[in-house]
Structure formats: C-alpha cells, structure tokens
Design a protein around this ligand. Structure first.
Ligand code: PFF
Length: 507
C-alpha cells in the first residue's frame, strides 16, 4: 500500500461540475465547429457518422476512461503518472504535453487569433463582398510556398497577444479560481449561443437543402480508408485524447469520483455538440446556395474556408442582423478555442510543477511567453502552409503513436485489470473485463496500428498536400522528432520526490 501523502497538498476542483465543464471545455473546441462539419461534407455526409461513432465507442470512450482513471489513480500530470508506472515510460507523458503545447497549440492559438480578428471585422462586415480574396490575399496574404515567409501579419499578431494573455490569466489564477471559474462562465455561454445560432439558421429559407447535403449518406465513401482515418483522427482531436490533458484534469479529482460516468458524459456531450453545430453550419450554407443558386462545392473547398470564407459570405447575405450573427458566430469560436487552449497550458504547467516544484505563477508566465513567441512562425505569410503541415503530422501521427503507447503501457505493463479495479472501486458504473480490458489491450491498439500503417502508405505514395518533400520533412516530421528529443531529455532528469508517492491506493 502506498501512503496517500499528497492527497491534501494537491489542489482540487471545487465542484464536480467544475471538473466536468473544464473537461468538456477542453474537448469542445475549434475542431467541433470548423473541422467536423467539413469532414462530414467531404466524407460521405450522414454516412460519415458511422465511422465517427464507431471510432467514438471503439477508441474514444475506452481511452477517455483510461486517461481519467490514470490521472485519478496516480494523482499527477501525464509525465508524473507514467513515471509512477515506470521511470522508463516518463518520456511518453512529456512527449505528449510537449508536442501538443509546442505544436498543436502554437497554431491553434493563431487560428483563435483569426477568429478574434473576424469577430472585430463583424462590426462592419469588414470582409467585404469577396471574402475569399479578403481572407487569403488581404488578411493572410498567403505567400508562394512554405519557405517564403514574407512579413508578419500585424492584425494576427495583435490578437495573438490577446489570446496568450487570456491563456496566461486563466491558468495563472489556478485550478479553482482560473480554470474552473472560466469554464463555468464559458461553457453555459457557449452552449446557449450555439443553440441560439443553430435555431436561427434552421429557420432561414433553403436551410433544409443544406441539411440534406449534411446528412444525405453516401455509403460508397465508406470503402475509402481515408474516411476512416479522418474519423478516428477527429475523435482524438475533438476529445483531446492523447494530449495528456484529461490525465492532468483528473488528477485534481477527489477520491470519490465517477470516472466511468464522467467519461461517458464528456465524450457524448462533445460529439452531440458537433453534430448539433453541424446543423447550423449547413443550414446557413443551404440558405446561401438557395439565394445565389450556386452549388455548395463552390464555397466549401477546405475546412479553413468553411469558417473564414463560406461563413462570412453567408453572413453578409442575411436579410437582417448580419453583424449580430457574425459577432455571435466568431464569439463562439473564440470561446470554444480558448477553453481548449487553456487546458493544455494547464497540463504542461502541472507537469513541470509535479517534477520540478517551481511556482505555478512563474511556470505559467514563462510558458505563455514561450507559447506566444513560438506561435509567431504561424503569423508569417507562410503561416497557413506551416499550420497545414504541422497539423497533419501531429494529429495523424503524433496523437496516434502516443495513444498506441498509452494502451500498451497501461494495458500490458501496468495492467488494465489493475486500473479497472481502481476505477470500479470508486465508480457507480462499472466497466468489465470483456469490454474495457480487451479494448485497451487489443482492439484499440490494433485499430490504431492499422490506421498508422495506412496513413504511412498514403504518405509515401505522394507528398502531403502537394508540398515539396523537403518542407514536409523539415516542418512536419522533424517537429515530431525534436519534441521527442526534448521529452527524453526532460524525463532523464531526476525527481525531487518519488512520483509514486502520489498514488491513491484502495483502502
Ligand atoms: N479538442 C479540441 C478541439 O476539438 O478543437 C482540440 C484541442 C486543441 C484541445 C488544443 C486542446 C488543445 F490544447
């Protein structure tokens, strides 16, 4: 039995709902509003929901239970939790928080900054009559290729500063006064505004046409392995799995916690939110197609285009309250984005505090400055190319590789049965061996390896996105390798206190 000496030192959520809202806040993000509807559109409409929900139950729910259970049991951030399993696994925890913090969030905050800009543009419908030219040529001023960096885009830089300021402020204020309080404000606003805008959009003429495009199933697309890769990749991204975030959030839970029930609530609320928001997105596109008698495919060319080209275009066409609509829509994106960005800042901060015992205020301040500076590469005129390449590599390889290791380390080395026993001891809802152990030990890792192999085959067959190979290697692959390198270095440092002392043991 390990003594629970850290129990009273570790900060805790003030309320259970605080934890739930924070976890849901991390999950619901830009990906729900901007990537999910686009994937549905591209990958077979309603038929995409099949691989999506299969991915949710095969990988999403078991991994969510794993991450929350692990954080709860080890009562530590991801690196501390893996170090408790065995010092040689600590790199895994560091790698995930490092590449998410110094990879995904660097460009993610830049996209939030675009949303901030568009929020301000909404006051005057500043994107003008041709949002496509506006977005790519005037706003981003996209250069000729990934290595043609050009200048920094000052409007983006300015709002980026705002984004990092909010990130800093919230995480600096601590778990209860910062994260919990922010999410208690953000989440109700987000849900209400989204409901409001979806209902508004559904009432527009032509909305049903849009919804028909959204949901009309094209089952033939399911034969394409890429559709499955998209669905599984989206499940990771949207549920913030493999990020080390849920482990950190769960480490602040009290002993008596409903790990299984909470995992279901978080995953289901997130995915239902995505499907629901999709109704709004497609209704307004339907309205636009209806009023211009143009085809959908003219506007929905890529996921970024959906939020920053198609939507502004549609907003300008609304019969009334255009500015208000724009403000609400981009406001939703900003809130959704911020509640996700703060979650990784917290995951990283808690990782450093656990290991090095520095003060929260110092750690958050340094990380926020580093995050802001690191984001700057995505603010150049080549930013969009960098974003695309880094996003592709980190989400399609980084997250998947980390998740495979998570399953192996927890399932086989720590032993799924041991963690299951811990989870069931405190939970009203029980998980059983035949479903959970088998998922974590066999089904999930096997499915993930298959996806990884098929992504790799695709990768070698042609350069991703038609970029030059050198850009793909230097920007995409090397990003993963460098972060791994740092992870190994940090994990080789010795601990001030034994990470295993934090564990909650079954009494
Ligand atoms: N779950 C988020 C989304 O779907 O947008 C993704 C995310 C990105 C979460 C960055 C956390 C984060 F730091």
């Amino acid at each position: 039995m390990v003594k629970d000496i850290f129990a009273h030192h570790r900060s805790q959520w003030k309320t259970h709902i605080g934890f739930l809202l924070a976890a849901i806040g991390s999950a619901i993000g830009l990906g729900n509003i901007w990537r999910f509807p686009y994937l549905c559109y591209k990958d077979g409409g309603g038929a995409f929901l099949i691989p999506y929900f299969i991915a949710l139950f095969v990988v999403g729910v078991p991994l969510m239970i794993l991450e929350i259970g692990l954080g709860h049991k080890m009562r530590g951030s991801s690196p501390a939790s893996f170090a408790s399993i065995g010092r040689k696994w600590e790199w895994l925890g560091w790698w995930q928080v490092i590449f998410v913090m110094f990879g995904i969030v660097l460009y993610y905050s830049v996209v939030i900054s675009w949303c901030f800009n568009f929020f301000f543009y909404s006051f005057k419908l500043g994107w003008g009559p041709d949002p496509n030219t506006f977005f790519f040529k005037k706003f981003l001023m996209v250069s000729k290729g990934p290595f043609d960096l050009g200048d920094l885009r000052t409007p983006i830089l300015f709002c980026l500063l705002l984004v990092w300021f909010f990130n800093w402020l919230i995480v600096f204020s601590g778990v209860q006064k910062g994260l919990e309080r922010a999410n208690k404000i953000f989440m109700p606003i987000l849900l209400l505004l989204t409901a409001f805008i979806v209902l508004w959009s559904i009432g527009l003429p032509g909305a049903l046409k849009g919804i028909a495009v959204y949901l009309k199933p094209d089952f033939s697309r399911l034969k394409d392995i890429k559709v499955w890769v998209d669905a599984f990749g989206q499940i990771f991204f949207t549920l913030s799995l493999g990020f080390g975030i849920m482990v950190a959030y769960a480490s602040y839970l009290p002993k008596k916690s409903q790990i299984v029930r909470d995992s279901f609530i978080i995953t289901v609320v997130n995915c239902v939110f995505s499907v629901f928001a999709g109704f709004g997105v497609f209704s307004i596109l339907g309205y636009m197609a209806n009023s211009t008698s143009k085809a959908f495919s003219d506007v929905v060319s890529q996921s970024i285009g959906l939020a920053f080209v198609a939507y502004p275009k549609a907003i300008s066409m609304l019969p009334a309250f255009q500015k208000e609509f724009g403000l609400i829509f981009f406001g939703i994106l900003v809130i959704a984005g911020l509640s996700s960005a703060i979650s990784i800042l917290e995951a990283f901060t808690s990782a450093i505090i656990d290991k090095f015992h520095y003060s929260r205020k110092v750690v958050v301040s340094i990380l926020s400055i580093a995050g802001f500076l690191g984001s700057i590469i995505f603010v150049t005129q080549a930013g969009m190319y960098w974003l695309d390449i880094v996003d592709h590599f980190l989400t399609q390889y980084g997250l998947v590789i980390v998740a495979i290791f998570e399953c192996i380390v927890v399932g086989w080395i720590y032993k799924a049965a041991k963690l299951r026993e811990h989870i069931n001891h405190y939970s009203l809802w029980h998980i059983n061996k035949w479903w959970w152990d088998i998922s974590v030990k066999i089904v999930t890792p096997m499915v993930l390896v298959m996806l990884l192999v098929s992504s790799l085959i695709e990768e070698f067959s042609k350069p991703y996105g038609g970029y030059p190979w050198i850009a793909i290697i230097v920007i995409g692959r090397d990003w993963l390798i460098y972060t791994l390198f740092f992870a190994v270095i940090v994990s080789s440092h010795s601990w001030k206190t034994d990470p295993r002392h934090r564990m909650i043991s079954l009494e």
